[in-house]
Design a protein around this ligand. Sequence first.
Ligand code: ATP
Length: 273
Amino acid sequence: SKARLFNEKDNIKINFNDVAGLEGAKEEIQEIVEFLKSPEKFTSLGGKIPRGALLVGPPGTGKTLLAKAVAGEAKVPFFSLSGSDFVEMFVGVGASRVRDLFKQAKDKSPSIIFIDEIDAIGRSRGKNNFVGSNDERENTLNQLLTEMDGFDTNTGVIVLAATNRADVLDKALMRAGRFDRQIHVDLPNLIERKEIFGVHLKPLKTGKTLDVDFLARQTPGFSGADIANMCNEAALIAARKSRKTVGKQDFLDAVDRIVGGLERKSKVLSQKE
Ligand code: ATP
C-alpha cells in the first residue's frame, strides 16, 4: 500500500482559546486568519497576500498548536508534514512529495500547509549532511522554493513552518514572497504558565484548594508541552495512589519527573556535541 505523503485534516476544532499565553504571536498570526477568511477583502485593494510565515521558538512552546488554531479559526483544511519525515527518503521522493502537497492544498484552497521542523530540509545548502543524502535534501528544498514562487499571488494557500533553529536556515527561504515573516513563540513566563495550567487542568479532577499560582512558580523553564505532560503525570500519580482528586503533592511529584526527564534530555544533547 502507498504510504501517506502528508496529513490532511479538514475539520480542526482547535482555536485561539486552546492556545494559552502567546498573545503577541496570536496577534501577529490573526492577520493570516483574516486573509484566509476573506482573501478578496485584501486583494481588492491591490495587496498581495503573504505566502508564508515562520514560527520560531524552542520545542514544545505551541508552534504546531498555533498553526492548527489558525486553520481552526479560519475553518480551512490543514495540510501538514514534518521535515524529519524526509530522513532516509529515497531519491526523488522528497521533491515529489512536496509537489503533491502543494497541489492538494491548492485544490482545496483557501488552506494551510504546515511544515514542522523545516530545518531538517531547509538548512543552508552545501552545509551539514543532516537528512538522507545531501543532494536529495537539496532537491526537496529546491522544490519547496519553486512551489512557493510558483503560487499565483492569491491562491489562498498559506504556508506556515516551524523551527527552533532559524539561524541554520537557508537564507533563500526567508526571501520576500517566501517565509518573509517570522513569528516568535517563546517559553512562557510566570503569568503565561498560569494560563497554560488553566487549559491543562481543566480535564483533571483536582481539589478545590489547588493553587495554580504555586504550580506556575514551581515550573520556571517549562514549555507548554512540559506543563501538559506534568498535568497528565500528576493525574496518573494520583490514580496510582487511589486518590479521589489530584492534589498538590501529585503535582510536585510530577514536576520531579518532568525535571528528571529534561535533565536526561539535556545530558544526551550535551554528549552529542
Ligand atoms: P515542537 O517544536 O517540539 O514540535 P511545538 O512548539 O510545535 O513543539 P506543540 O506541538 O504545539 O509545540 O505543543 C505540544 C503540546 O503542548 C500541545 O499539543 C499542547 O497540549 C501543549 N502546549 C504547548 N504550548 C501551549 C500553549 N501555549 N497553550 C496550551 N497548550 C500548549
